[in-house]
Ligand binder design. Structure first.
Ligand code: ADE
Length: 249
């Protein structure tokens, strides 16, 4: 495959660079990383500390538990990561945080189509608000639960992007059928053996009738989405009810 332009690059700012590539170094993402289909740069925020103790955090203004990542140290780390000709300024700058907007597949598609993000991993009680504003960090959450830091969330985000990059999925489908691509959860899958603990594969799937298989899969996907994700089901229905844009010209 011929690739044009600079490769997709994820730059991660973290206090634990040794956590990377971690799971991103194996399987689909790992093979693609090794073959140069994408690049990963994990940078230590502590390298931007300036005092004798290389401190990166301090107690929260106004009191309270825990420690807050310092604005000056994180700003210096972002500035150092952003410079250089192969690092265009307009890369998305993300901050992994349970306070962020929930990550969606459409945002993943958008990120995968761009140059690749700068991803800041939060730790401690949070990050000084002033650096979030001053460096235009977009806060992103991977779910309504609290991890001990942003690293695992960053890996989830990067993995979701990397599998969409050209050449990464190889002969596998482009992901057109999978959960969320059409606002539906994915239909159930079966493979050999034909019977497992007394349960056969649904008859229709072995009938060879492609139209019937497609209709069955759609019905299953819809039933699953209604039952498990009424939010997705409602969103899909309201999109479909919207009148078509009739504006001419
Ligand atoms: N850091 C801690 N919890 C997180 C979450 N749920 N999403 C993103 N970053 C996080």
């Amino acid at each position: 495959m011929t690739l044009v332009g600079p490769i997709w690059r994820a730059t991660v700012l973290t206090l634990f660079p040794e956590m990377f590539p971690g799971p991103l170094g194996v399987s689909l993402a790992g093979k693609a990383l090794a073959s140069g289909l994408w690049a990963l740069e994990a940078r230590d925020i502590r390298d931007s500390a300036t005092d004798r103790h290389r401190s990166v955090d301090d107690t929260p203004a106004g009191g309270g538990p825990g420690m807050v990542l310092r604005a000056d140290v994180l700003a210096a780390a972002i500035d150092a990561a952003d410079c250089g000709p192969d690092r265009p300024e307009d890369r998305p700058r993300l901050l992994m945080s349970p306070r962020g907007r929930p990550l969606t597949q459409s945002q993943v598609v958008e990120l995968a189509a761009g140059p690749g993000p700068l991803v800041v991993c939060g730790r401690f009680e949070g990050v000084d608000q002033r650096v979030i504003a001053a460096r235009g960090l977009q806060e992103v959450s991977i779910g309504d639960y609290v991890l001990s830091g942003g690293e695992i969330a960053a890996m989830a985000l990067i993995d979701a992007c990397v599998r969409l990059l050209p050449g990464v999925m190889g002969k596998l489908s482009s992901g057109a059928d999978e959960s969320f691509s059409d606002g539906l959860l994915e239909y159930p899958q079966y493979t050999r053996p034909q019977e497992f603990e007394g349960q056969p594969i649904p008859e229709i799937l072995v009938s060879g009738d492609h139209a019937k298989v497609a209709a069955w899969r759609l019905a299953e996907a819809e039933a699953l989405t209604k039952a498990r994700r009424p939010d997705l089901w409602a969103a899909k229905n309201s999109r479909q009810k919207q009148p078509k844009n009739t504006t001419k010209g």
